[in-house]
Write a protein that binds this ligand. Structure first.
Ligand code: PLP
Length: 340
């Protein structure tokens, strides 16, 4: 009799342990910095494939980093997905991320796409490009789309540029860091001063300027090129894509598990899944044409990487991020009243 109770006790314990494990993996909170469409699409795909409830919130890169800093002692998110890795390195340096050595790291195309200590991993790659409204070009005969950083300073583009602000946007910080890396600090900041005179409005989100320019609010934007392609291909906005021939910056889009995450097991599942060809191939279904970081996915728009890319210094860019953004706010443009 005693032995029977013993067996039942062990059985009950196993059931409880199993239930606890299952509960732990039934929910995942995702801080999305990719587009809303891709965020919604991928969270639904993951939820149905793994039977895990996924809650997501979309924020631009600088806002996401600020949120992680605020929640340091009580993290509400399990993973951060999307946005240039400069900010992931900042988060890593501040102890906001936890390392995870995914068994799928072997799928990566390049060693640069992974933090050597496994705090973040790259899940897409994209280059900065220019968009120009083709209807505006038709109304301004003789004006060509910009093909160098200096072209943005031409008189015909005065107050005709919409750009995000580096305080909120990873896209805009990539732009700022690119110019400083290309030209050096003093000439780079002098360029920023001239550039800001050309800007009609600074926005919060990095990709939004392409939509505003596509709608005719201004003539030119500086945005990741895959975002421009999406608006041309999927939304038929009157835009043409061009690149600065002397070299452009690029992003590795990051993914990381948050330090102190409540659902680490589900977070690890997401990381493993995001590093499969199957998951990365889904990007195009949700209007995301970035280059993949793993083997086995066709690059839909090779032109985004067949450009002159600078040897972007992600670690140096991360180390200087707070100081450069503050200098931008102090000397170039405040981050108050940004266009939504
Ligand atoms: N959305 C898309 C589609 C992107 O390619 C990127 C770049 O990583 C971002 C958002 C980053 O957004 P933001 O520049 O607003 O931080």
């Amino acid at each position: 009799m005693k032995q029977r109770y013993g067996y039942i006790g062990v059985l009950l314990l196993c059931v409880l342990v199993l239930a606890a494990c299952q509960r732990g993996s039934r929910e995942l909170n995702v801080l999305c910095t990719v587009s809303e469409e891709w965020c919604q699409g991928m969270t639904a795909e993951f939820a149905s494939q793994f039977n895990i409830q996924v809650n997501s919130v979309r924020m631009s890169t600088g806002e996401a980093l600020a949120r992680l800093r605020e929640e340091r002692d009580d993290p509400q998110f399990d993973i951060w997905w999307g946005g240039p890795i400069d900010s992931y390195i900042v988060a890593q340096n501040e102890g906001l991320l936890q390392a995870y050595a995914s068994p799928n790291h072997g799928n990566l195309l390049d060693a640069r796409y992974r933090d050597p200590d496994n705090y973040w991993v790259g899940v897409y790659v994209g280059s900065l490009g220019f968009c120009t409204n083709t209807e505006w070009l038709a109304d301004n005969p003789g004006v060509e789309p910009p093909r160098s950083w200096d072209d943005l300073l031409r008189p015909e583009f005065e107050r005709q540029i919409i750009m995000a602000h580096p305080a909120t946007s990873g896209t805009a910080y990539t732009f700022l860091s690119t110019l400083l890396q290309l030209r050096g600090d003093a000439p780079g900041w002098a360029y920023m001063q001239d550039f800001s005179d050309q800007v009609y409005q600074f926005s919060r989100s990095g990709s939004a300027p392409a939509t505003f320019v596509g709608q005719g609010e201004a003539a030119v934007c500086i945005v990741f090129s895959h975002d421009i392609i999406q608006l041309i291909e999927d939304h038929q906005l009157p835009l043409v894509l061009s690149f600065p021939e002397e070299g452009t910056g690029y992003e590795i889009g990051g993914l990381a598990i948050i330090a102190g995450a409540r659902h680490t097991d589900a977070a690890q599942k997401w990381v493993d899944w995001a590093l499969t060809a199957e998951a990365q191939a889904l990007g195009a279904r949700y209007g995301s044409y970035q280059a993949p970081t793993v083997h086995g996915v066709a690059l839909r728009y090779p032109e985004i990487l067949e450009v002159n890319l600078i040897d972007y210094d992600f670690v140096g860019s991360a180390a200087r991020k707070d100081a450069l953004v503050q200098q931008f706010i102090n000397e170039i443009a405040t981050a108050d009243n940004l266009k939504q």
